[in-house]
Design a protein around this ligand. Sequence first.
Ligand code: LLP
Length: 430
Amino acid sequence: MHSFRYHQGQLFAENVPLQSLAEKHGTPLYVYSKATITGHFTRLDASLARLNHLICYAVKANSNIAVLSTIAKLGGGFDIVSAGELYRVIKAGGDPAKCTFAGVGKTRDEIEYALKQGIYCFNAESEAELHYINQVAGELGMKAPVAVRVNPNVDAKTHAKITTGKSENKFGIDFDQILDVYARAAANCPNLVIKGLQMHIGSQLTNVDPFLEAVQKVIPLVTEVKKKHGIEFFSIGGGIGINYKQSLDSGDAAWWQENAEVHPLTVQAYAEAVVPHLEPLGLRILCEPGRFMVGNAGVMLTRVLYEKRGAAKVFKIVDAGMNDLIRPTLYEGWHQIVPLKQPADATVEKVDVVGPICESGDFLAQNREIPLVKEGEYLAVLSAGAYGFTMASNYNTRPMPAEILVDGDKATVVRERQTLEDVLKGEHLA
Ligand code: LLP
């Protein structure tokens, strides 16, 4: 589901024509739809209703404080991976007591900050980390809530760079070691309170089978850990994939019906598969969706600067580069690209949409048939709400784009475009 539609010949986000935003605020520009985020949260929340559950939105997907505040107001918690993300959550009005802290390399400063803010739980990824959290908590005279992340060695069948649940990935502790690790932590770490068990097998999963396989594999372990250590929660991680090829007219409902076999992972299918296995555990169930919540709630707008007709290809050179959206080149990520002005006919042309960065990997699409667009016209790169702005950089000394949140008729600048002064801030001549 999303709220981007053509209406009267123009692409809208909710009730706001995107062309007006591009003209007013310049490009590249990220635009998010609040209604879409709310819709996704509500749908997932409803599909987990039978469980005592908490949705801990994975902040890394989109960490703008206006997005976080939207989720906090819906009652969401947050999965954070740094002190910086926790700081953002707090600035956005989120509740630290609904925050889980993931990641393999938490530093002392981060552990201290999170302890002092009263987070819900640290999800530890190694025995060394458990010991360190125990030590830091002891020095502060505090008790640290912890869970251990299990690596279930299940193949998520997604892109290699976003698979996390195989033994060769750096994440979590091997399935076979988990019970011993809990036992040693209980015996030797007096400043830890063992609260749960966590797993996360990967991102952009478009099939329910790996989720089901992982849940079924880990449930006996959860039951055992519950019996021995009295845990209160099991986190099943994030990873729900989104549809990167959705229809602009009718949201994704029609697409799902037509393509159910190739892309069966609706949130309903996900919940129907896992909830019956989770319910008998009698535990609080956490899930950590990032992309599902915000991916299809955002677009990146860009302007066509030049067209170059070469011997081998037609290049549309646009003003957004891999520094603004790195997914196409880093993960072979496929993002639909459409003109802001609804095309008059179905004529398409095969082009490469490339950015201004001095690298051949700087493209948004290759060999892609898109409607005819002229220099000066605008394009929208769809499904850019997750891992778009958060992975942007200042490479080539390009200021980071602005971000806008649309809510009905209202469009708010929720992050200003960087100036060159912003980009150079903190640099000094030696
Ligand atoms: N929980 C943990 C422990 C994670 O590591 C992640 C994502 C999530 C939850 C949220 O996963 P999601 O629901 O968004 O799939 N930059 C990549 C994705 C990296 C995902 C990293 N971890 C991309 O653009 O595809």
